[in-house]
Design a protein around this ligand. Structure first.
Ligand code: NAD
Ligand code: MG
Length: 388
């Protein structure tokens, strides 16, 4: 029997890599739903190739454009808006939901999959950042399994197999350091979106690529690791490893470290999650350790990359602080990508919004969405005041 997959965010970097895995292991999987925000050309081509039961887009206008691109027999599959996404996640018989939308927009459909007790292959880290407490509680209640797709978390997931939970001393998340690892603050103030989008090791969507350059991505991943692996923040460390070969490590109480290595290719963690609990044949080129010149590790610099510290601080503060951090960051990154905000101001904006955040709760979906809305409005007001 083929596994039935829903792919939320199928036209993005992770979505396309997932479909590439599916093509190479076609005997294993059947696609039941595909979604995108508005890239209807790519989505139409995917729908024609994979014949899902539902394709969902953000709104009616995009749905109209998508229908016009589909053959008559597929037009009735098109759904749109929040309801369309919920149906794509939990209303079309999927067994595994690949959560690969970008941003907090992924929270509601991912939560629906979790509530339905499905297996979620989670790339969309913002879902756990904004709603970790709720999502993990619902997963425990409804029996859903959340499997990491993020390479660091996939690495930790694999390393944890070497010991019992109480034997874990620390989780060590590796960070590439991004394209600006060696720039000083003066130079950082002047970097352009084009420079930020040129990541040295990974090809990814624009938002996560900027987050990787500020190290906010690593901060979001610290929060993601806290929820996924039920570890306190004191036990989650970050180390910069520019080669992106060691994807993360677990330190055990007896002093032994387990590290997971592999080529920097997201198809590996995706295939691992999709085939869980089995490992299947490789989906891409493998790693030749003999060709690795060097692996180096260094401490992250909090002065030049304050976003990492802000995220850890928000994680420790708990309640809605991580949702606030995430929402403010989404707004600031968008302005930076539009060429309207300096690189260092992304973290300044997030910091300013976090400082004003009145300790809102995050114990219900309504509370999380309210905190998200509040933070976006605050971030926009802060940016507008500065003329950004
Ligand atoms: P991307 O920008 O390439 O793709 C995003 C996908 O989500 C697209 O299909 C887009 O149409 C859809 N989308 C965008 N905004 C939406 C909205 N408001 N509502 C519904 N759908 C929307 O992003 P990506 O790089 O594939 O990243 C996706 C997620 O996976 C992010 O949360 C990211 O942090 C995470 N992730 C990505 C990578 C990577 O290598 N790209 C690695 C680890 C984790
Ligand atoms: Mg990652």
């Amino acid at each position: 029997m083929k596994k039935r997959l829903a792919i939320l965010g199928s036209t993005g970097s992770i979505g396309q890599s997932t479909l590439d895995v599916v093509r190479r292991q076609a005997e294993r999987f059947e696609i039941v739903s595909l979604t995108a925000a508005s890239s209807v050309e790519a989505l139409a081509a995917q729908a024609i190739e994979f014949r899902p039961k539902i394709v969902a887009v953000a709104n009616q206008e995009a749905a109209g454009r998508l229908r016009a691109l589909l053959p008559a027999g597929l037009r009735s599959l098109v759904a749109h808006g929040a309801e369309g996404y919920l149906e794509a996640a939990a209303g079309c018989g999927a067994q595994v939901v690949v959560s690969a939308m970008v941003g907090a927009a992924g929270l509601l459909p991912t939560l629906a999959a979790v509530k339905a007790g499905l297996t979620v292959a989670l790339a969309n880290k913002e879902t756990l950042v904004a709603g970790g407490e709720l999502v993990m509680a619902e997963a425990a209640r409804g029996g859903a399994t959340i499997l990491p797709v993020d390479s660091e978390h996939s690495a930790i997931f694999q390393c944890l197999l070497a010991g019992a939970p109480e034997e874990v001393a620390r989780l060590w998340l590796t960070a590439s350091g991004g394209p600006f690892r060696q720039l000083d603050r003066q130079a950082l103030a002047k970097v352009t979106p084009e420079q930020a989008l040129a990541h040295p090791n990974w090809s990814m969507g624009p938002k996560i690529t900027v987050d990787s350059a500020t190290l906010m991505n690593k901060g979001l991943e610290v929060i993601e690791a806290h929820w996924l692996f039920d570890q306190p923040y004191d036990k989650i460390k970050v180390v910069v490893h520019p080669q992106s070969i060691v994807h993360s490590m677990v330190e055990f109480v007896d002093g032994n470290f387990m590290a997971q290595m592999g080529p920097p290719d997201m198809r590996l963690p995706i295939a691992l999650a999709l085939n869980h609990p089995r490992r299947l044949r490789a989906v891409g080129p493998s790693l030749d350790p003999g060709k690795l010149a060097a692996l180096s590790f260094e401490e992250p610099d909090p002065e030049r990359f304050p976003a990492l510290g802000l995220a850890c601080q928000a994680g420790r503060a708990g309640k809605a602080a991580p949702a606030v951090l995430n929402a403010a960051n989404e707004v600031a990154v968008r302005r930076f990508l539009a060429g309207r905000l300096g690189f260092l101001d992304i973290a300044s904006c997030v910091e300013a919004v976090l400082e004003r955040h009145p300790g809102l709760p995050a114990d219900s979906i309504g509370a999380i969405l309210e905190a998200d809305r509040w933070a976006r409005a605050e971030a926009r007001a802060w940016l507008d005041r500065r003329g950004s």
